[in-house]
Design a protein around this ligand. Structure first.
Ligand code: NAD
Ligand code: DAU
Length: 338
């Protein structure tokens, strides 16, 4: 199969490409990636001789048309992905996440190519924090939860999902969608929560927690996300949406305390910094449909062990993350989150 992976030099996309090359040696993989600040050729180094990397924009209609014409399957990861950046300047989010997805959909429609759309649980907005004994606070997202995004990032992702659904209904596109919770693992940009704190700790800097740190994210290892994406591509029903999650609800405070413990530091050796505007409280995925209808199960069920392996990866791969660390921290300092 000829697979076109957009955003394949980013965090989840590069893990997807590496996994695909490893586990599907017969597939022919092309990556389309604009190599923005978030993309890095080096993330594909382990498979560089097995993958074609095309540097280009998903909103470039001519380039996208030519690449889609040569593909049997498009897996669309490319996006502007960081909430904090979307609060500073939403414009690249509108262009890449909305216009980019539209451009791909039109090409896929013209050439009759199978399409998988990678999206996020943030399209649903947030849930109340759990209160023990209060059933009204135990809800999780399902495929039927209405869209209610909070940030420029999540609203552009929600818009892109709706474009896909409309192209399925109006033009009969052969497409599936997946909405996944927070990923962690190797090759994640140091702007994101987990790698930011790991690399701070490696540098002897105290972790930075937004606000009180009670916000909850539903953590899943990136490899489990990607096995689920392949499961949906191979066994999902065209036109349908599947939620991806691995029962990993954890508060930001607990993530930071686990990391501190892994580094042999005291549980209070972190700083509270300015909270994110409009900060979503809790995300939680009910992945029953994916597990029961498609038979998917996650491999990384021990979050602490997954974090420990991720710490080891960042420790051993300083040359990968170091070039971006200083500029990222300078941006955070400028917004009171340094
Ligand atoms: P990332 O920011 O690490 O990578 C995004 C990649 O897209 C980069 O390589 C970047 O260069 C590329 N890109 C950006 N704009 C582009 C453009 N106009 N044309 C071509 N390439 C472009 O993001 P990520 O965390 O790997 O997320 C990948 C996808 O998964 C996104 O669609 C995101 O919404 C979704 N997602 C992420 C998470 C998460 O926890 N990170 C969870 C659920 C869903
Ligand atoms: O839920 C899926 C989403 O997860 C994806 O769609 C996004 O692309 C991805 O970036 C992620 O969004 P979040 O905003 O949840 O991730 P982030 O890593 O930015 O932050 C995770 C939590 O940690 C959030 O509650 C904010 C908080 N945080 C973040 C940073 C960078 C801190 O407390 N301190 C920090 O320094």
């Amino acid at each position: 199969m000829r697979v076109l992976v957009t955003g394949g030099a980013g965090f989840i996309g590069s893990n997807f490409v590496q996994q695909t090359v490893r586990e599907r040696p017969g597939d022919d993989v092309t990556v389309l990636d604009a190599l923005t600040y978030a993309g890095d050729r080096a993330s594909l180094d382990p498979v560089a001789d097995r993958v074609r990397l095309v540097e280009g924009d998903v909103a470039d209609a001519d380039l996208v048309d030519a690449l889609v014409a040569e593909a049997d399957l498009v897996v669309h990861f490319a996006a502007e992905s960081h909430n904090d950046n979307s609060l500073t300047d939403p414009s690249p989010f509108v262009r890449t996440n909305l216009v980019g997805t539209f451009t791909l959909l039109e090409a896929v429609r013209r050439h009759g190519v199978r399409y998988h759309h990678v999206s996020t649980d943030e399209v649903f907005g947030d849930l109340p924090l759990r209160v023990e004994g209060d059933p009204a606070t135990q809800e999780r997202f399902t495929e039927r939860t209405p869209y209610n995004p909070s940030s420029p990032y999540s609203s552009t992702k929600a818009g892109s999902d709706l474009l896909v659904r409309a192209w399925v209904r109006s033009f009969g596109l052969e497409a599936t969608l997946s909405n996944c919770s927070n990923n962690y693992g190797p090759y994640q940009h140091v702007e994101k929560f987990v790698p930011r704190q790991i690399t701070n700790l490696l540098d002897g800097v105290r972790p930075k927690v937004y606000g009180a740190g009670l916000n909850v994210r539903d953590w899943i290892h990136v490899e489990d996300h990607n096995t689920a994406v392949w499961t949906v591509i191979e066994r999902g029903t065209p036109g349908e949406t599947y939620l991806i999650g691995a029962d990993g609800e954890t508060s930001n405070l607990d993530v930071v305390r686990t990391l501190l413990d892994l580094f042999g530091r005291a549980p209070d050796e972190f700083d509270h910094v300015t909270d994110r505007a409009g900060h979503d409280l809790r995300y939680a995925i009910d992945a029953t449909r994916l597990r029961t209808e498609l038979g998917w199960t996650p491999r990384y069920t021990d979050f602490r062990a997954g974090l420990e392996a991720t710490v080891a990866w960042y420790r051993e791969n300083e040359s990968w993350w170091r070039p971006r660390k200083a500029a990222t921290e300078a941006r955070y300092r400028a917004s009171g989150q340094g």
